[in-house]
Ligand binder design. Structure first.
Ligand code: BTN
Length: 247
């Protein structure tokens, strides 16, 4: 991964740049990195604050041979790869908030956005967008983000070598992706569960079908979140986000 690399100064979104390359036939593992995004985007139609030079804003191309409905598995794989890579480079305790946000002490340090292109129910490619607040300082955050987001630099007290971190991410990603292709989702699922901080606590998850309240306790084989409901029934949630603890 990353051998086919496009480094850019300013883009609207690295997702858009990589999608163009993907449409032109770029190989799996192609990577776009930008110093500045003018229209960085996050999950759920939100925007992603991407100031210049201090973050890691990048998108990676995957062309997995999996059915479209298994893309949640890759969302979870991405979170594990990132969590392990950051943990290797920066001495911080990092946890995964379902499905794929990374938190340090309850504050977000990184987010992942998966966008897929499909044709006739067949997956053509996936663009994995990763945003890491590496070396942002307090004043780089708008007021409304200050208690929700934090950078690796602020949390660890020292600046991060972005090149070293990017190399670690690509290595972890490639390793887990190979494992996934050889052994399926089971090992990824176990790793995700081990790093997750939103399991076994009563919570509300916002999903496309509306809020789901219960106790998430693990993942099923396809990557869905297993939630025990108040009446003891079990519900599987395929996409959405963890909203709040309920106790
Ligand atoms: C989220 O937590 O909502 C996901 C944020 C993903 C941000 C990254 S930065 C690189 C790539 N380009 C984008 O426009 N978004 C992703």
């Amino acid at each position: 991964f990353g051998r086919n690399l496009k480094l850019m100064d300013e883009v609207t979104s690295t997702q858009d740049e990589l999608r163009k390359l993907a449409e032109e036939g770029a190989p799996e593992g192609t990577l776009v990195i930008a110093e500045l995004q003018t229209k960085g985007r996050g999950r759920m139609g939100r925007s992603w604050h991407s100031p210049s030079g201090k973050g890691i804003w990048m998108s990676l191309l995957l062309r997995p041979q999996v059915p479209l409905q298994l893309t949640p598995q890759l969302t979870l794989l991405a979170a594990v790869a990132l969590c392990r890579a950051i943990g290797r480079v920066v001495p911080l305790e990092i946890g995964i908030k379902w499905p794929n946000d990374l938190l340090v002490d309850g504050r977000k340090i990184s987010g992942i956005l998966l966008e897929s292109a499909a044709e006739d129910e067949r997956l053509r490619y996936i663009v994995v967008g990763t945003g890491i607040s590496a070396n942002l300082d307090e004043e780089d955050y708008p007021e409304e983000l200050r208690d929700k987001a934090v950078s690796l630099k602020i949390a660890s007290g020292r600046p991060v070598d972005r090149a070293e971190l990017i190399a670690a991410i690509l290595q972890e990603f490639e390793q887990l992706y190979t494992l996934y292709q050889e052994s399926g989702f089971a090992p990824i699922r176990a790793l995700w569960e081990a790093h997750a901080i939103t399991l076994h606590k009563p919570a509300v998850m916002n999903t496309p079908q509306g809020p789901v309240e219960g106790v998430p306790f693990g993942l099923d084989d396809s990557g869905g979140l297993l939630v025990r409901m108040a009446d003891d029934s079990i519900r599987t949630v395929l996409s959405g986000e963890w909203a709040a603890e309920t106790r």
